[in-house]
Design a protein around this ligand. Sequence first.
Ligand code: SF4
Ligand SMILES: [Zn+2]
Length: 323
Amino acid sequence: MDTAYLSLDAAGRDRWIRNRRPDRLPVDPRRPYAFVEEAELGPDGTLWSTAVVFLTNGECAFGCLMCDLWRQTLRRQAGPTPCSPQIAAVVPQPQRYRMVKLYNAGSFFDPAVINPSEYDAILAAVGGVRRVVVECHPAFLNRHFRDFAARCRHTGVELEVAMGLETADPVALARLNKRMSVEDFESGVAAVRREGAFARAFVLVRAPWQSEADGRRWALESIRLAQAAGCDAVTMIPTRAGNGAMDRLLETGEWAPPALSTVESLLAESLHVNSGRVFVDDWDLERLATCRDCGPDRVGAIRMMNRTQRPVAPLACGSGCRP
Ligand code: SF4
Ligand SMILES: [Zn+2]
C-alpha cells in the first residue's frame, strides 16, 4: 500500500501535506514557545554556553513533508510578531552566554514573520554575545539578510545562518516539497559566506522513501556536501512522526524512523573524518531508544559525542537488537 503523494504535482503535494495536519499547539505571542540552555563545542574547541530561544511567530512560507515546526506557530496572516521582548523575557542577561540561537520555526529573514525594523532591537536583546545563530530557507537570503548581516558586523557580533539541506539525495529532496535544490543550498552557503557570516546545515537522517541503509548513506553524503560547500557546523536531525503526513507514511510503510544505532554510528563516522563539527539534534532522542538494554547508553554516547566532538566505538547490545 502506498499514498498517492508521489503522483501529485507541487500544489497537490502541498494540499496532501496540509490536509493531514493535526491541531496547532497553544502558543503565546509574548513568549518563546521553548527555551533551553546548552553547551556546544565552539569552533575554537572550547565549550560555548548557549541559549536557544524558540521564538513564537507566524508560520513558515513553506510546507515541507517532514516538518512539524508549524505546530508551535501562529497563523501567517497574523503578520510579524515582536521578537525582542520574547528574547528579553528568557535571556535577561545575554552577556552570560557565548552564543544565542534564535530559532523561529521558519526563515528569520522572512519579513512576513519578523519585521526588519526590529533588527536593531533584536541585536540589542542579545548584546554581549559572541555569536547569534538564526535559521533561514535559502530563498529568503534576501536584502533583509544582507541588512542584518551588515548590522551584525557593525555591532561586532558573529552571525551564523542555519539552513536545512535536508538531504543531498536529489530525488528525496524533490519529494520533500521544500522547493529547493542541492544547488540552491550550495548557492545559499556561498551567499552567507560572502557576507562574512557562518553557515550551519541541518541534515535529515532517513528521509521518506529511503531505506535504513540509503538513509545512512545519504546522511553521510549530505554532511560531506555541506562541509565542502563551506558550512561551519552540521546538525543531523533524525526524522520523526507527529505532523500528520509522516504518520501517514509510517502507516503505509513509505517511511520509518531511523534506528538509534544508525544515528550513533553516523555521528561517530562523521567525527572520525574530522572535517568540521557535527552534532545530532538530541531533542526527544529518547523516542528512538526502543531497546531497554542499549537505548539509554546509546543516547548517552550520542550526547557525549555531541559535547566532545570525539567519536566513541559503537555500543554492542546484550539483547542483540542491532548489530
Ligand atoms: S522550510 Fe524549514 S521550517 Fe519551513 S516548512 Fe520546510 S523544514 Fe519547516
Ligand atoms: Zn539493544
